[in-house]
Design a protein around this ligand. Structure first.
Ligand code: 13P
Ligand code: SF4
Length: 310
């Protein structure tokens, strides 16, 4: 089907079904352009919690759909491709994480939002990269904390807050592959360019970055900066929004170690396409379900996060 026709059909279906389309900044450009709202993980959770739509189509990865369903159990939640997982969420199986937490009784368990509902159900407070520092800072200084699953974000937050949180050894396959050498070469080629990095990147990338932040923070920084060139160390889908916001600025994707792969693309995020979005609205599947017992446990740490970051 032609793109124009797909867009018309999506628009008709979303009206007929009172559906809202929420998209993450890593989605392909066409999906971002058709979405009712584009945002980072925190903003998507906040939207899912407050929308009056009957149906939420979450154009992102599975844990984002689950978070929406956990917060809005009375709504039907769909994602365009049920296989759109997340390497970070996969790096933290719930049974192993449970053993880890049981080995440290008395610790507060903080989980990054990039986790399954089952891991959230084992958690005291959920965080996103937007509010992780704020939430850790809100806890008493002597609180003993486990942080999972992203070791790079955890290490970065330890550095920012002076804490010594115990870290789970998880990581994201996209953010771990940026090449320090190639970024340093690019900085020579573009001496005026600022390096913007997501905190899921390795420590040595974060140490040379001019700004470290979540997707929304990177976008806001570029918008408000007087600089004209930026090297961007996060998933490449974000460049669409940055370029749209700032037609007069130049955004250069940070290169991966392996120059033969498109590793700046999160292949999970890119499993969603306009066509799958259309089919999802039409056929009302794949649908996200979360067992009620798990949901009741998982909703508490997410709500705690939303209260602190309100
Ligand atoms: P944000 O919370 O910054 O949107 O990041 C989500 C994510 O999956 C990063 O890889
Ligand atoms: Fe998960 Fe990494 Fe993809 Fe983000 S970029 S959704 S952390 S695999």
């Amino acid at each position: 089907m032609e793109k124009k026709e797909l867009i018309e059909k999506i628009n008709t279906l979303r009206k007929e079904k009172n559906a809202i389309i929420l998209a993450h900044y890593y989605q392909e450009s066409d999906i971002q352009d058709i979405a009712d709202f584009v945002g980072d993980s925190l903003a998507l959770a906040q939207w899912a919690a407050k929308t009056t739509a009957d149906i939420i189509v979450l154009c992102g990865v599975h844990f984002m759909g689950e978070t929406a369903k956990i917060l809005s159990p009375q709504k039907r939640v769909f994602i365009p491709d049920s296989m759109a997982s997340c390497s970070l969420a996969e790096s933290c199986p719930a049974d192993e994480f449970e053993k880890f937490t049981q080995a440290y009784p008395g610790y507060t368990v903080i989980s990054y939002v990039n986790t399954t509902a089952a891991v959230k159900a084992l958690t005291d407070i959920v965080v996103t990269s937007t509010n992780a520092k704020q939430i850790v800072d809100s806890l008493p200084e002597d609180e003993k904390i486990i942080f999972g699953p992203d070791k790079n974000l955890g290490d970065y937050i330890n550095k920012l807050t002076g804490r010594n949180m115990l870290l789970w050894e998880g990581a994201c396959h996209v953010h771990e592959q940026f090449s320090l050498e190639k970024i340093l070469e690019l900085k020579k080629e573009y001496p005026q360019a600022l390096l913007l990095a997501h905190p899921e990147c390795r420590k040595y990338i974060l140490e040379i970055a001019d700004h470290v932040g979540s997707t929304s923070s990177i976008i806001a920084f570029a918008r408000n900066s007087g600089y004209k060139q930026f090297i961007v160390a996060t998933e490449s889908g974000i460049l669409h929004q940055m370029q749209k916001d700032n037609p007069d600025k130049e955004f250069i994707p940070a290169p991966p170690e392996d120059s033969t792969c498109a590793c700046n693309d999160c292949f999970y995020m890119k499993m969603n396409t306009l066509e799958k979005l259309y089919l999802c609205l039409k056929n009302e599947r794949p649908e996200i379900f979360v067992e009620e017992e798990v949901r009741l446990k998982a909703v508490k740490p997410i709500e705690r996060m939303l209260e602190i970051s309100a």
